[in-house]
Design a protein around this ligand. Sequence first.
Ligand SMILES: *[C@@H]1O[C@H](CO)[C@@H](O)[C@H](O)[C@H]1NC(C)=O
Ligand SMILES: *[C@@H]1O[C@H](CO)[C@@H](O)[C@H](O)[C@H]1NC(C)=O
Ligand SMILES: *[C@@H]1O[C@H](CO)[C@@H](O)[C@H](O)[C@H]1NC(C)=O
Length: 383
Amino acid sequence: MIIIAFLPFLLTKIGKECLSGQYPPTPDRILPTYVINLDAPPIERWKDVAARYKTELTDLLAYLKTFLMEISPELQYLITLIDTKLPEMADTLPAPYGDEMKGISQASGLPLGEVVLYNIFYEVSSLCTSVVGQDENGNIFHGRNLDFGGPFGWDKINHTWGLTEKLRPLMVQINYTQNGQVLFKTTTFLGFIGSLTGIKPGVFSVSINERNVVKGGYIGLIEWIYNINRNQSFITFAIRDMLTKSESYDQTLKYLAEEPLLAPCFYIVAGTKAGEGAIITRSRIGSDDIKVLGKDNLWFIAQTNYDNWKKQPIFDDRLTPCIECMKTKGKNQVAFDSLFDVLSSRPMLNKETVYTSLMQPATGRFEGYWQYCRDEDASCRPW
Ligand SMILES: *[C@@H]1O[C@H](CO)[C@@H](O)[C@H](O)[C@H]1NC(C)=O
Ligand SMILES: *[C@@H]1O[C@H](CO)[C@@H](O)[C@H](O)[C@H]1NC(C)=O
Ligand SMILES: *[C@@H]1O[C@H](CO)[C@@H](O)[C@H](O)[C@H]1NC(C)=O
């Protein structure tokens, strides 16, 4: 239904561009960074930041509950569980996640069931573009756009997605520290404790893109909630587990390729040495495909939300323009500025895009910026 509604719009305005000179964006677009001390007890870790973001979190959750009820009947079952199954669910999650959620609930004043809902919601919805590129000297760079919030609650006046706009004020970078050192860094929505984008300096970087498979996320979640099968990982906790524990690119790749998961997804992993880049196409039980950097002379690999070896859907092909734009930039230009240019170009940049992260695992360099697609500059696609 939503697709039909937007079809005339899309057919008239399928804008493609390949911008230059977008990097660095103005300083007001740099995401704020907070420190989470892993040596503190999980229940204490998020206390200060969760209290600070209380208003934004409350606002988002109120919106999320409304739109789930009104727009997505399929997800309504989650709402009915907020006061019953979801608070209990915190105790079924692997450590330290349940206690961290309890701490966030206490500090923000949000009911625990709502904090759990927020944290499991990604298992069922979002879009993205990720790119890993290698320059002529074998240096690896990893860039990603996070697109989130559509297709729910289109604001006809402002031409924005309601949920997307509620998420923007929550976007932050986190330095996770241990023994006073930064162990890993992530970009996230405050209060969301799994990882969608992260780097372990000197080891690897990783991003996750949703894989659009009909009812993919629901089944695993239902199996977890009703204790039918809890021998599977949440897709964003699997990333955080690797950022915490993994000591190598290979170990990360193997785990993310093999660990049973609650939902299908794409994992995009980059390492520190030439050839260390891969897109893992995940089903719940294993990998359907692993596309590796360097093979067949690939100097970059790109992924959106559809299987990369198949024809992309006509209503949402961000992959072909992304590939064309990367090729225009060329192999001798793989760096933060060119990746940022590509990810700031329409339609990789669209109305759902909330941030771009840039990562270089070898040096630990990690930057995150707010992104906005503004119709004043050129027409934007809704996704
Ligand atoms: C986060 O870690 C980086 C080093 O990786 C450091 O430069 C930055 O200052 C840290 N940010 C905060 C807020 O501590
Ligand atoms: C549209 O944007 C304006 C300014 O950002 C805001 O005040 C207004 O609430 C928005 N409209 C809706 C319907 O959200
Ligand atoms: C749980 O999954 C692991 C693989 O991660 C497997 O080795 C183990 O046998 C599974 N256990 C059960 C009870 O299914």
